[in-house]
Design a protein around this ligand. Sequence first.
Ligand code: XLS
Ligand code: NI
Ligand code: NI
Length: 439
Amino acid sequence: MKTYFPKVQAPIAFEGRNSRNPLAFKWYDAKQKVRGKTMAEHFRFAVAYWHTFKGNGADMFGPGAWVREWNVGSPMEAAENTLRANFEFCQKLGAPFYCFHDRDIAPEGATFAESCNNLETIVALAKKLQKDTGTRLLWGTANLFSNPRYTHGAGTNPDVHVFAYAAAQLKHAIEATHELGGQNYVFWGGREGYETLLNTRYGQEQEQFAALLQLAVDHKKKIGFKGQFLIEPKPHEPTKHQYDFDTATVLSFLRAHGLYDYFKINVEANHATLAGHTFEHELTVAAAENKLGSIDANIGDLLLGWDTDQFPSNLYSTTTAMMVVLQQKGGLNTGGFNFDAKCRRGSNDVMDLFYAHIGGMDAFARGLLVADKILSDKPYNQIIEDRYASWKSPLGKKILSGKASLDALEQYVLKAGEPVLQSGRQELLEIHFNDLLNS
Ligand code: XLS
Ligand code: NI
Ligand code: NI
């Protein structure tokens, strides 16, 4: 059997923090327990098929720059080879999961029926390879944005014919995910948004999008798919305004359309910063409603205004992210950390794919260890306890249980007078944070 990564002996081992071996984990020890769960259970790392195997280094200013041995032959031959490369890679890396779009794993055919056949053929092979290797599917999704037919959107397209096409494609993508035991199914908005309001009926397009999601919910029930539905917010790109702008927008959209119970959020770090938020902000907004379903682990470059999808290496960011994940009840449950990330155009060697994923896994493992320390640190937590202590008083309890009235609060103020301004201790917390980051 052909091997695509002959330089890597399976699997990448944990060698500990003093190792300088680039093909070893320094921090990610799959079996190490943190708060009663192994690192493998906390993270459920996944490899993103589209970047890692279909990516070719192309950018806005130049075509593909990398030759990948698996991406050769007829479209179906290339698809089979790529699938084999995926399973070899995941196994050697020690990533338990992968994620795909329907059109990443199988090529689009000349007709819709041919596309469905291609997908079915590849899904059958994927099923076999999953069984052989133990690598599982974290989530599947449909590519409803690359083909020119989706230029004006899929679910939000002004042409109902395109809506129907998208719905049909979506049906097969959900079924493929179901067939492969996918633990989640992701909806990223693609071209669901607008370029100009001059030609756009915003309200109508919102209704259309809700209708598509409702159809998906109905079909999920019909076929008995148990995976979690996830929506991945993004503020812009490719359209100037994406409807799933950020987590708060998506949650309120779901509420308004009776879809709230059927979806959780897939937060992507780079999308958070594009929206003018931090990664931890988006995670916090989702986790506040126990809606943090999964994570697309990457990072942007704050000096570049687009979705650069870089591999995560920033320890401050992985730490603050893990502080949120650890505080959500049950962590990510069926979700995981999908490296929706690509090597830079200049990192053209297949070995760079290993370095990138190992680096990302170590950065998150280290973030987990520090987050655990911070969340268990007495001085740190005492500051926050003290900050909110007054809400445990009879007055605070009364307000939060809905038993207060404006009259009663006025009486309180007349007696108690002016409140004393309390320090928020931001700088002190930053000192504690940095002290623990260093440990
Ligand atoms: C694009 C998105 C996409 C989704 C899956 O910006 O991140 O890759 O994760 O469709
Ligand atoms: Ni993503
Ligand atoms: Ni993205």
